[in-house]
Design a protein around this ligand. Structure first.
Ligand code: PLP
Length: 439
């Protein structure tokens, strides 16, 4: 009997023993190719020496000092580096311990910003139906994953949800991509006008949707129109890059590929590459200034914010990405992986769509390619795929979720940035075999 309260009470998990490059090994000696970085976390693989060294050195200096009393060198350096990699006016970084905390912090920052500006009536959020922003109550309230929200609904602050940008499913045949992008973006304006611009604080969205849709990027032009609408109605744009940020899509911040600058951006997962838990919110200078010149105090905080060990790991992670030009590698290997998938897995009858950016790739599964009909939920296709893949020594991130009332099964691939050609081939062989075994 395990005294650990695992999320699945009835499953017996293998015990992890060690990791090397893109591989993990359990205590039975079985090897797993990590094709998803856990959940888009292990961006540098499992034995990066520079990150390990940075953590060990920080441990020698000082493992922890509370931010109520001290700042610390790795936090200061990391904040500077993250801002150097971001466009103006994203000039301030608020460090926390993970993705949900980052989203909660951004939501509360939005609220306090408008309070400081003397607009207390601004207190509602708009987000998208197909989205995941975390499991804490505020983040869950803006998220659109109904399966995760359902039983906690009475505890969730009401938020408004509009359609996602999901051309594979929702673009009409008589409509160009651009017309579709404009149509869905304009839903934001319609909802702001319906509720009243004076009440809306912010629009929250993932630039590339991860856990609820399998690496779904928006069509070019969508986020530019969203930005225009936000500017017009004094609504903040919060982009959630907890999963897709920190180089995963081939640019350091995913929003760079959408030609917009958000007012806040949340990052986590890959920031510490799994070596330490850490998350952050990059905040535009005017938001910081409104608070600094107003009450001078952000009414929020967590014990482990700016944790020196976590910041040291993240600083080494970001330096490793920059110094080794891993973004270029992500773009090249991502392209290669996606193309190879199209010619192999993509030919299987139950694969509806293959999409994504960089090494963030989604595969949408359908029971019928022509009608795009999803599998019935009772088949639990994504769970069978995960179990079969693990039996084959392959870690993939499968998802099944209700999207606009439709059940959909997806596979998310997010391998470490260091993946090489032979490992890409092995990934594809194992995935092909797994899908053939399941269908
Ligand atoms: N936001 C997004 C886009 C995510 O994908 C996730 C986690 O999957 C979160 C927030 C929550 O992050 P965490 O699990 O670190 O709390």
């Amino acid at each position: 009997m395990s005294h650990v309260f695992h999320r699945h009470c009835h499953s017996t998990l293998p015990m992890i023993a060690s990791g090397r490059g893109v591989y993990l090994f359990d205590t039975e000696g079985k090897r797993y190719l990590d094709a998803c970085g856990g959940a888009a976390v292990s961006n540098l693989g499992h034995d990066n020496h520079s990150v390990k060294r940075a953590i060990a050195q920080q441990m020698e200096h000082i493992p922890f000092a509370h931010t109520g009393f001290f700042t610390n060198q790795p936090a200061e350096e990391l904040a500077t580096l993250l801002c150097q990699l971001a466009p103006e006016p994203l000039n301030r970084v608020y460090f926390v311990s993970g993705g949900s905390e980052a989203v909660e912090s951004a939501l509360k920052l939005a609220r306090q910003y408008f309070l400081e500006k003397g607009q207390p009536e601004k207190c509602e959020f708009i987000a998208r139906r197909q989205s995941y922003h975390g499991n804490t109550l505020g983040a869950l309230a803006v998220g659109g994953n109904e399966w995760r929200r359902e039983q906690f609904r009475p505890l969730l602050t009401p938020a408004h949800h509009i359609a996602p940008c999901y051309s594979y499913r929702d673009q009409r045949e008589d409509e160009s991509e651009q017309a579709y992008a404009l149509r869905v973006a304009n839903e934001l304006e319609a909802r702001i006008l319906e509720v009243g611009a004076e009440k809306i604080m912010a629009f929250v969205a993932e630039p590339v949707v991860g856990a609820t849709a399998g690496a779904l990027p928006a069509i070019k032009g969508y986020f530019q129109r969203i930005r225009e609408i936000c500017d017009q109605y004094d609504v903040l744009l919060i982009l959630d890059e907890v999963m897709c940020g920190v180089g995963r899509t081939g640019t350091f911040y995913a929003f760079e590929q959408d030609d917009v600058i958000p007012d806040m951006v949340t990052i986590a997962k890959g920031l510490g590459a799994g070596y330490q838990p850490i998350g952050a919110v990059l905040v535009a200078e005017p938001i910081y200034q409104a608070i600094a010149e107003g009450s001078g105090f952000f009414q929020h905080g967590h014990t482990f914010m700016c944790h020196p060990m976590a910041c040291a790991a993240a600083l080494a992670t970001v330096k490793c990405i920059v110094d080794n030009d891993l973004l270029q590698h992500v773009r090249a290997k991502g392209y290669q992986l996606k193309e190879k998938l199209r010619w192999t897995v993509g030919k299987l009858p139950n694969v509806g769509d293959i999409r994504g950016r960089g090494l963030f790739i989604g595969i949408e599964l359908v029971s019928d390619q022509a009608s795009k009909a999803p599998f019935p939920p009772q088949l639990a296709v994504h769970k069978r795929i995960k179990a079969q893949a693990m039996a084959n020594g392959l870690m993939i991130y499968p998802m099944g979720g209700t999207i606009d009332g439709r059940r959909g099964d997806h596979i998310l691939l997010a391998p470490p940035f260091i993946i090489e050609d032979s490992e890409i081939d092995e990934l594809i062989d194992k995935l092909y075999l797994t899908l053939r075994q399941v269908f």
